[in-house]
Design a protein around this ligand. Structure first.
Ligand code: TYD
Length: 202
């Protein structure tokens, strides 16, 4: 089973990934945990390029680089783990490209992007996606570190990304579960855990 987490920068996604993974391990599972972009030597190198403030990357190259990192990750790590019966937890997956490169950059048609992701991943779709929905202002206030290249993008970028997540959730209501990320982390974890248990019991 493949589970992904999505949300704008500062939505608390990575905390929830950690909490879920600890809980799964405590219950005797051995999940593979990966973050995008990253997770393989090539993908980590691509990540460095993508997040480096000094990189002058045109939007088409940006989409292709995120996708290249994803293709490596799917083939080298995710598919083998799934084939071995392991649960896979992804901190971001292709919905991030639809939201950031499609919505944020506002240069790619979202239908076309979804088709493109199918080619990149060989049709691999998360069984469940937890979307930590948070207004961009609240997310900005939470961020403590210096912004990376994506976070530093022009005004309105994060708002367009957030709007694209809204559209995605409407488009895939059975897969994408919207969680109000203003709720306390413990309450969010409980809701996620309840849902994961139901998925595992299927
Ligand atoms: P990261 O530091 O991992 O951010 P976060 O903790 O919010 O996940 O940086 C990843 C950045 O890359 C983040 O700003 C989202 C962006 N991104 C895309 O623009 N497209 C993508 O396909 C992916 C996977 C990430």
């Amino acid at each position: 089973m493949l589970i992904s987490f999505e949300g704008i920068d500062g939505s608390g996604k990575s905390t929830q990934v950690q909490r879920l993974v600890q809980r799964l391990q405590a219950e005797g599972h051995d999940p593979l945990v990966v973050r995008e972009p990253g997770g393989t030597p090539i993908s980590e190198r691509i990540r460095t390029l993508l997040l480096d403030e000094s990189s002058d990357i045109v939007p088409k190259a940006e989409l292709l680089l995120f996708s290249a990192a994803r293709a490596q990750l799917v083939e080298q790590r995710i598919r083998p783990a799934l084939a071995a019966g392991r649960l896979v937890v992804c901190d971001r997956f292709y919905d991030s490209s639809t939201a950031y490169q499609g919505g944020g950059r506002a240069l790619f048609d979202e239908d076309w992007l979804e088709d493109f992701h199918r080619h990149v991943t060989g049709g691999l779709t998360p069984h469940r996606t937890y979307w930590l929905a948070l207004p961009p202002d609240a997310a900005r206030a939470r961020r403590a570190h210096t912004p990376d290249r994506m976070e530093a993008a022009a005004n309105g970028f994060q708002a367009r990304v957030a709007a694209a997540y809204e559209r995605l959730a409407q488009r895939h209501p059975a897969r994408i579960k919207r969680l109000d990320a203003t709720r306390p982390p413990e309450a969010l974890h409980k809701a996620i855990w309840r849902d994961v248990c139901a998925l595992l019991a299927r």
